[in-house]
Structures are given as C-alpha cells and as structure tokens.
Design a protein around this ligand. Structure first.
Ligand SMILES: Cc1cc2nc3c(=O)[nH]c(=O)nc-3n(C[C@H](O)[C@H](O)[C@H](O)COP(=O)(O)OP(=O)(O)OC[C@H]3O[C@@H](n4cnc5c(N)ncnc54)[C@H](O)[C@@H]3O)c2cc1C
Length: 437
C-alpha cells in the first residue's frame, strides 16, 4: 500500500549518526506493488530509497524522497533442500533466515558478526565474515529478482542477464529494489571456536599459514598494546559437545557488552585512562574453546554502540597497514577505546565487491559513540588508499567516484548497467552521487 506524507517518519540508523525524513513511507506487499510504486516515482520525478534494518554507518540508506520498507513484502519462502537453495523475500532479517535454514538442516556457508541485517541490505553493501576460502554474503546469491528504476521486474542469475547479476549483487540500492533473493546454502554445520590471547608479532609471523589452515580466522588488536585476541572457528563433527548456555552468556554477552560498555563509558569520561583500560582488557582475555551451531558461533549481540570504518586491502599489505595504524593511534590527540578487527576473505567476481579479483584482509576501526573518530579514520583511510584499499560500502569513509573508480576494474561496466536500469535516477541519492557519480 502506498504511504502518504502523513506516514512519513524520521529515520535513523543503528549507530545514530544518520537521519532522514521521507516525503512518504512505502510498504509494498507484493512485487507488482513495488513495480507500480517505482514506476509512479519515475513518472513524477520523485526518488525512492529502499532501506533494510539501518545497520550501515554511511548515508547509503539515506534518501530525501520516498522511503521503501520491504518488511511487509509477502513472498513465499521456497526451500529446495536437495539442491540446497533457499528463495526469500529480500527484506527478511538474517536471524530469521538462519532459523529457517536450521529447521531444514541447512545453513549459510559464512556470516558476519551480527544477524540483524536484512538479506538485501547485507548483500547490497558487501557484508562479509571471515575465512580465506569464503567470499562475502553476496557470493552465496544464486539468483535475484529486482524492480529496476523504471519499474521493470528483472530476474537475473549467472545464466540469465549475467551482467546484471554481476552488477546487482552488490549495488548499494543503485540499480533497483531487490525483492527476492535465492541463496546457495550448505548442510547445517557445527563450529568449534578457539579464542586465545597472543602477541601481534607472533600472529603476523604465522598469518599466511594460519589463515589457510583454519576455516575462519580473525583477530582483534588492542590499541596501545602489542597484544591481540585471536579467534579461530573450525568446522567439526555435529556431535562436538556444546558449551553450556550460561557460560556462553557470561563470556559473550556479559563481558562483551555489559562490562565492555562500562569500560568504554569510563574511557570516554576520563580519556587518559584508555591505554590502561586497553592493557587491562588484554590481561582479562582468556583462552576458551566452545562449540555451537554455525550461526550462533558466528554472530553475537552488539549492544555497545560504536562508529566504524573498514577497509579491504590486498592481503599482503596487512603488515604495512597495521604498522602505520599503530603509529596513527599513538599520535592521535584523543584515545581509541575499541579494538581493531582483522578478517580475511577470498577473491570474488562481483564488480563492486571489496574483494573483486583479489584475496583480502579487512581492517576495521571502531570508536565508541560520543568519542572523536574522524581524524583517526581519515588518517587510516589515507594509508589504506595508498595500499590499494577499498572501503566497505556500509561503513564510514570519505572516498568519492573519482578516487573509487581506479580501485574497481569493472567500475565503468557498473555505470553502464546503472544507466540502463535507472535512466531517470529514481534510485539516486546525494551520497550515491558522490560515490558513483
Ligand atoms: C553492529 C554492527 C555489526 C556489523 N557487522 C558487520 C560484519 O560483521 N561484516 C560486515 O561486512 N558488515 C557488518 N556491518 C555492516 C552491515 O552489515 C551493513 O552495513 C549492511 O548493509 C546493513 O544491512 P541493513 O539491512 O541494515 O541495510 P541498510 O543499512 O538499511 O541498507 C544498506 C544498503 O542496502 C540498500 N537496500 C536495502 N534494502 C534494499 C532492497 N530491498 N533493494 C535494494 N537495495 C536495498 C539500502 O538502500 C542501502 O544502500 C555491521 C553493522 C553493525 C551496525
């Protein structure tokens, strides 16, 4: 049903740093209705911005025209257990998708840190987890249905409209409104997580082997120290003994959210304490091993609000990037309260993927809400850009089309498809104009 101006609500993202007011809020319940609403916007010169669950830090979901919320889109979920394919409405939340797949003894091959995003929102910005043999979530997409900027309903896959498929899997909502997504799954699996404190130098020294030897490797570097918490997840037999629930809650939720929130508040109030808090956090880290259903091990609740920038680098550039980052942190006129997260992904063929054509190491900088962050992020952005880095589309950065184009070999092909699918700029926003031209 088309919304009216009276429905228009202010919108803000999870981190609280992006806001918009729409001229109308559209909540279509069928693909035909999406098509009709896009067509009518194109005819009247209005803009449409589809939104997911607002977990991007950039204004990528911010638009001044009509906001389209796809949570009411009624499309049947189809699960083909034999072929391990699932087709879902694009606005489905990952948490619900994971539960649905588990009911069918299936799972997504890899996930990021949280499961609160929509399927469309997650794939549109290149959301990823970690694992040298795995691409981001968009690489699991087998087929897509989108409503283009002219209101045409287009189905694409590797066989059907292959160029649109390569462009539309990570498209920042610039090519059309995704309405239905088919994902390739795997049989449900159990992960054994092994977390242990280590020295940064030791981890960097053993990195190439470590990343190849284990399914999912990541580490968190604690600023003002040379220590990291290494997290390695490996696939194990389904009968591996799971960690008791209370222990899991104590470690993951209480320490990661409640205690950490207290430490961040203290560090924000008395910044001089930040290096001490970081050193204390490192000493409090312990080794632990636990097992659980894949999505439960991959994803954890994040209740401490922060701002984030993340850069995908050619994997071999990681040591130089971390070296420079250490110097940046030490030279800042304010303190950094959050650890830096490092993850790894395989190369993929999606045109606007951060990992297009190369194996990546991702370096993610966080800062607690209410703390200064821009000089920190900008200083690292300069280093990352020089190293050939590509910014995560959903996380803060200051790049524009002129600086991004050389980083993406298929940039001009993407632009060609964009002109074809959205000739009237119905899906354009000021942010997308900065990014894509
Ligand atoms: C606490 C937290 C943890 C995070 N962890 C990770 C992580 O581990 N790995 C990682 O890579 N990222 C991570 N992110 C970033 C997040 O995954 C991305 O920003 C993602 O895009 C958010 O999805 P969303 O559903 O909230 O979409 P939104 O942020 O609402 O929208 C994202 C983009 O998708 C577009 N879009 C939404 N729906 C549609 C549609 N139906 N059709 C076309 N376009 C659409 C929007 O227009 C916008 O351009 C994290 C973010 C937070 C806040």
């Amino acid at each position: 049903m088309a919304g009216t101006a009276a429905d228009a609500a202010t919108w803000s993202n999870w981190a609280g740093n992006q806001h918009s007011v729409a001229t109308a809020v559209l909540r279509p319940s069928s693909i035909a209705e999406v098509a009709e609403q896009v067509r009518s916007a194109a005819e009247t010169g209005e803009r449409i911005r589809p939104v997911g669950s607002g977990h991007s830090f950039t204004p990528v979901a911010v638009g001044g025209g009509r906001r389209m919320d796809l949570t009411r889109l009624a499309i049947d979920v189809r699960v083909d257990v034999d072929r391990r394919l699932v087709t879902v409405p694009a606005g489905m939340i990952l948490r619900g998708l994971n539960a649905l797949l588990a009911d069918h003894h299936l799972a997504l091959p890899n996930l990021g840190d949280i499961d609160a995003q929509t399927v469309a929102g997650a794939i549109s910005t290149g959301t990823h987890g970690t694992g040298a043999a795995y691409g981001g979530l968009a690489t699991f997409v087998e087929a897509l249905t989108l409503v283009t900027g002219t209101g045409e309903v287009l189905h694409c896959s590797a066989e059907e409209q292959p160029e649109v498929f390569d462009a539309a899997r990570i498209a920042l909502g610039a090519l059309g409104v995704l309405v239905e997504v088919t994902l390739r799954c795997v049989d449900a699996f159990v992960l054994r997580a092994h977390e242990r404190p280590a020295s940064l130098d030791a981890v960097l020294a053993e990195l190439p082997g470590l990343v190849e030897a284990h399914d999912h490797v990541e580490f968190f570097w604690f600023p003002y120290t040379r220590r990291v918490q290494l997290k390695v997840n490996d696939r194990v037999a389904a009968d591996d003994r799971p960690l008791p629930r209370w222990r899991s809650w104590l470690d993951d939720d209480f320490l990661a959210n409640t205690v950490f929130a207290g430490a961040c508040r203290l560090g924000r109030a008395v910044p001089a304490l930040a290096p001490g808090i970081s050193a204390l956090s490192v000493r409090a880290l312990s080794e632990r091993v636990y097992t659980g259903r894949s999505d439960v091990v991959f994803c954890t609740p994040r209740r401490v609000r922060f701002l984030e920038m993340e850069y995908a680098l050619p994997r071999e550039a990681l040591p130089d990037a971390l070296d420079a980052l250490r110097r940046i942190v030490d030279g800042l006129p304010f303190k950094v309260l959050f650890p830096v997260e490092v993850r790894f992904t395989a190369a993929d063929p999606i045109w606007l993927s951060h990992s297009y054509g190369r194996e990546s190491a991702y370096v993610a900088l966080h800062q607690y809400v209410g703390m200064p962050y821009e000089p920190y992020f900008r200083a690292f952005e300069k280093v990352a850009t020089e190293l050939g880095g590509r910014p995560h589309w959903g996380k803060l950065h200051w790049r524009d089309a002129a600086s991004l184009a050389p980083a993406y070999p298929r940039w001009h092909d993407f632009q060609r498809i964009r002109t074809r699918l959205d000739p009237h700029h119905t899906l354009a926003t000021p942010h997308l104009t900065t990014l894509l031209g």
